[in-house]
Write a protein that binds this ligand. Structure first.
Ligand code: MG
Length: 252
């Protein structure tokens, strides 16, 4: 099932995509809801970020190839960071290139969307707490990350957390390609089968640190092939089985 969130005159609504049409949802998308019989064409709606997280948890170094590219040792446990909610950007929203940054990178990632409150969840039960999955671009000011020796500033600018275009509730967790395309050229091309820590391990690990709430996101890390974007560029993050998140970079 594909879940979208879209703008209407009466505010944001959730919907379910069926054969190119969006059927409005009444109720709680993470709980009990009904789906309208008739739908509007997907292309006619303005899509919003497909959920409303209380936090975005990032995972550093979750692909062996990316750890090698960055000359970092393979981590023994997930390395976590947070991105602020003010960084959220909808599909087709514009990524703003900050004046203080000299190198702005894309990072293609799969994001996990949490379905229900999760605390101390064992890996074997973790998938019960997952609503679905979406595409995420963990936009990073690479020069500031190196300069600061940490990621807080580098990953926290407004517009640095684009995600969408929708939540896919069913994904093959053994085989999902993760790609970044810059102006149509493939720059990252990996698969979540290369994860160091799989989806149940990540949900369990994070839930041992902090309470996960419905709609919260875990961005699962990026593969090798990270690189810079320039104002005017179009960056697309594609996860096979989900879809493509598309954003343009603009000058501040
Ligand atoms: Mg990342």
């Amino acid at each position: 099932m594909r879940i979208v969130r879209f703008a209407t005159k009466g505010g944001a609504k959730y919907g379910v995509v069926r054969e190119g049409r969006v059927h409005e949802v009444q109720g709680d998308i993470c709980g009990k809801y009904t789906v309208a019989k008739s739908g509007a064409p997907l292309g006619r709606l303005r899509l919003l970020p497909p959920c409303e997280p209380t936090k975005i948890v990032g995972v550093g170094l979750n692909y062996r190839d990316h750890a090698e590219e960055m000359h970092f040792p393979i981590p023994e446990e997930p390395v976590l960071f947070l991105k602020p909610l003010t960084a959220i950007l909808p599909p087709e929203g514009k990524i703003v290139y900050p004046p203080s940054c000299q190198r702005l990178d894309y990072e293609a990632e799969l994001a996990i969307v949490i379905k229900r409150k999760a605390r101390y969840v064992p890996p074997a039960k973790a998938l019960r707490y997952v609503l679905g999955y979406t595409c995420f671009n963990d936009v990073t000011a690479r020069d500031l990350q190196k300069k600061d020796g940490r990621s807080t500033r580098a990953k926290s600018f407004d517009t640095f957390a684009p995600f969408g275009p929708w939540i896919e509730t069913a994904l093959n967790l053994d085989d999902a390609p993760v790609r970044a395309r810059l102006n149509g050229i493939i720059m990252q091309d990996s698969n979540i089968s290369n994860f160091i820590f799989d989806v149940p391990t990540l949900v369990s690990f994070v839930s041992e640190v902090m309470t996960l709430e419905p709609g919260d996101l875990i961005a699962t890390g990026t593969p090798s092939g990270i690189g810079p974007m320039q104002p005017g560029d179009v960056i697309e993050i594609e996860v096979g089985g989900i879809g493509t998140l598309r954003n343009r970079v603009v000058k501040a």
